[in-house]
Design a protein around this ligand. Structure first.
Ligand code: 5GP
Ligand code: ZN
Length: 116
C-alpha cells in the first residue's frame, strides 16, 4: 500500500518534512517545495499509486475525496472565489516527476494563458 522508496509516501508517513496543510486517514496535502503560483499545494492519497494510469474502480472514490479536500483547501487559502486549478500530471509527456498520484492545487493570482 505504500512504497518506502517513494518521496510522497514518505512525506505522507511523516518521514520527510513538508509543510502540511491537511491530513486525514486517506489524504495528505502539503505546500509544493517549488511553488508555481501564490497558492501551490500538492494533494496525495496515503496509498501508493504511480498516477492516474494506475487508478482502479475500487480506488475511484479516492479521487472524489481528493477533489473535495482541494475545494476545502481552496476556500481555506482564499482562492475559492478568485479561481483555482486542479492538475494531475500523468506520464512523461505531461511532465510527471514524482510517481505517486497527486493533484496540484494552483491559485492566488490570474494564470497566464490557457492550458486548455
Ligand atoms: P509533478 O512534476 O510530478 O507533477 O509534480 C511533483 C511536484 O512535487 C513538483 O511541483 C515539485 O516541486 C514537488 N516536489 C518535489 N519534491 C518535493 C519535496 O521534497 N517536497 C515538496 N513539498 N514538494 C516536492
Ligand atoms: Zn508513494
Amino acid at each position: 500500500m505504500t512504497d518506502p522508496s517513494c518521496l510522497f509516501c514518505r512525506i505522507a508517513a511523516g518521514q520527510i518534512p513538508a509543510t502540511l496543510v491537511h491530513e486525514d486517514a486517506e489524504v495528505v496535502a502539503f505546500k509544493d517545495i517549488a511553488p508555481q503560483a501564490p497558492v501551490h499545494l500538492v494533494l496525495v492519497p496515503r496509498v501508493h499509486l504511480a498516477g492516474l494510469n494506475d487508478l482502479t474502480a475500487d480506488l475511484a472514490p479516492l479521487v472524489g475525496k481528493l477533489a473535495l479536500v482541494a475545494q476545502g483547501l481552496a476556500k481555506a487559502h482564499g482562492c475559492a472565489a478568485t479561481g483555482w486549478r486542479l492538475i494531475s500530471n500523468c506520464g512523461p509527456d505531461a511532465g510527471q516527476t514524482v510517481h505517486h498520484l497527486h493533484f496540484h492545487l494552483l491559485g492566488g493570482a490570474p494564470m497566464a494563458g490557457r492550458m486548455v
